[in-house]
Design a protein around this ligand. Structure first.
Ligand code: SF4
Length: 473
């Protein structure tokens, strides 16, 4: 079962002074937002007063998710992973989207390295009103040289705000890089069976999160985590190994699932940390020679690993066609299943419309709105009025009577849409054809057009139906 907190579970550990310093009217309001992750405990300055030391300790214990939150990097691009409280997304929601890193190495020419880092840092793709971005770079030591590795890490830190993963099993190489960039809180990769004591000292000395690696050996992973926890380290990331060829892929997904179930349902604190997967490993494991096929494998394996339950992915391919399915799938997984994605129910002007531009009505589901907006943009310009259907899609809204003639008439009046156009016509979606007559009666003097069922038909509908009809009026 997911660890579901109620406001009282949290409220009883707050100071209870209702001082308002957090910006909320009282402590109960803050507690309600705290369990929904809309605020953080750092926003209550009172609880950090020495007199509330016991309350703070109890609060941190209550707030600790079964999969601990771990923050990598500093400043505006710092990334927090983990924080999961349920195994299955539909049980509550998954917090902290899977972070995506692109790998680089210390034998790359300086120009090439910086170009790749810049590409990762500036990558942005807008989908249904959200900006999809990449999160970090993973710097691999290929040279074996402490100086080269540290120089590459330093270069990245000076030119970019992205958090870094420093990848080497050699403690001397790692320390040289940490001397250069340890204050940026990179993720250290990785402590294993042989080096864990030295890496524990480095993570403690530089106050950086640490990856624990035990490929194909969950018992060793658990044992290493326990030793590191006893050492005083708690910002850990687990690498149980990513095997992507043949039965190895099933094995990887099974191991990830077993670890996540143990962390949440069996409350095993030794494995209650974020999971790292490395789809980039496909490039060294596969015998496939066709590059496009390997890239495609990297993309779909990344999506599967995110679903089962990777909190951090390291990819190799920077191609947009590899990244888009991964980012889109991440966006879908990490929306709150309790709240349909919606836009504000109001009037939207699209590309500076005038009184002669067409007016469309639709629901306020974000996916529907952005699809229609793109198609209206392709047809020139126009107005879109979104009816408040609670973010429910159009077909369901029509069937469930959340997109009725009186609701559409009300939305047109309240949004001021009726004053915006001279032609006194409105286009409703094809799926809502049944309300056209009733709506026309309500809008007195207005004509209601039934548009296409699929919004991709809007440009042709405007050219072939709406414009000739308006011209001949
Ligand atoms: S700052 Fe803390 S003590 Fe003050 S109202 Fe907010 S939650 Fe309560």
């Amino acid at each position: 079962m997911p660890k579901i907190l109620r406001p009282m579970d949290v409220y009883k550990h707050l100071p209870g002074t209702n001082c308002g310093k957090c910006g909320e009217t009282n402590c109960m309001s803050f507690a309600t937002k705290l369990i929904e992750r809309q605020v953080s405990i750092e926003q209550c300055p009172e609880i950090f007063e020495p007199k509330y030391k016991d309350k703070l300790e109890a609060m941190l214990e209550v707030l600790r998710a079964p999969v601990k939150e771990v923050t990598i990097g500093t400043g505006e691009r710092a990334v927090t992973i983990g924080g999961k409280v349920c195994v299955y997304r539909h049980e509550l929601t998954w917090y902290h989207p899977t972070a995506i890193a692109i790998d680089v190495h210390d034998e790359m020419a300086e120009d090439e390295l910086l170009k790749r880092v810049e590409q990762v840092e500036n990558f942005v793709f807008e989908r249904i009103g959200m900006q999809l971005k990449l999160d970090m770079v993973a710097l691999r030591c290929v040279s074996g040289s402490p100086e080269k590795f540290a120089k590459a890490a330093d270069l990245i830190a000076k030119k970019s705000k992205l958090p870094m993963i420093l990848c080497t099993f050699d403690q001397n190489v790692m320390e040289e890089a940490l001397i250069a960039v340890g204050d940026k809180k990179p993720l250290i990769y990785a402590a294993n069976e042989k080096n864990w004591k030295e890496y524990a000292k480095l993570a403690s000395k530089y106050q950086c999160p640490l990856t624990v690696s035990a490929p194909r050996n969950p018992s060793m992973l658990k044992s290493l985590c326990r030793s590191l926890r006893n050492y005083g380290l708690d910002d850990l990331v687990l690498d149980p190994g990513t095997f992507l060829v043949g039965d190895g892929f099933n094995e990887t997904l099974n191991t990830f699932t077993m670890l996540r179930v143990s962390a949440i349902e069996k409350e095993d604190k030794d494995v209650g940390y974020p999971l790292m997967a490395i789809p980039a490993a496909i490039w060294s494991l596969t015998k496939e020679e066709d590059e496009a096929t390997v890239k495609m494998q990297e993309a779909y394996m990344s999506c599967a690993l995110m679903s089962r339950y990777a909190d951090l992915l390291i990819l190799h391919s920077p191609d947009i066609w590899v990244l888009l399915p991964v980012l889109t799938w991440r966006q879908n997984l990490y929306t709150d299943p309790r709240v349909p994605l919606s836009v504000k129910p109001t009037l939207y002007p699209i590309k500076e419309p005038t009184g002669e531009s067409p007016m469309f009505v639709t629901c306020n589901s974000a996916l529907t709105y952005f699809l229609i907006r793109n198609d209206v943009e392709s047809s020139g310009n126009g107005w879109i009025v979104c009816v408040d259907t609670g973010g429910i899609s159009l077909q369901s809204s029509v069937a469930g009577k959340r997109f009725t003639a009186d609701m559409v008439a009300e939305a047109l009046k309240e949004s001021g849409a009726l004053e915006k156009v001279k032609h006194k016509t409105v286009v409703i979606p094809g799926y809502a054809a049944r309300i056209s007559g009733e709506l026309e009666d309500m809008l007195k003097g207005w004509r209601v057009f039934v548009g296409p069922r699929d919004s991709s038909g809007i440009p042709s509908f405007i050219e072939k139906v709406w414009k000739p009809e308006i011209a001949g009026k």
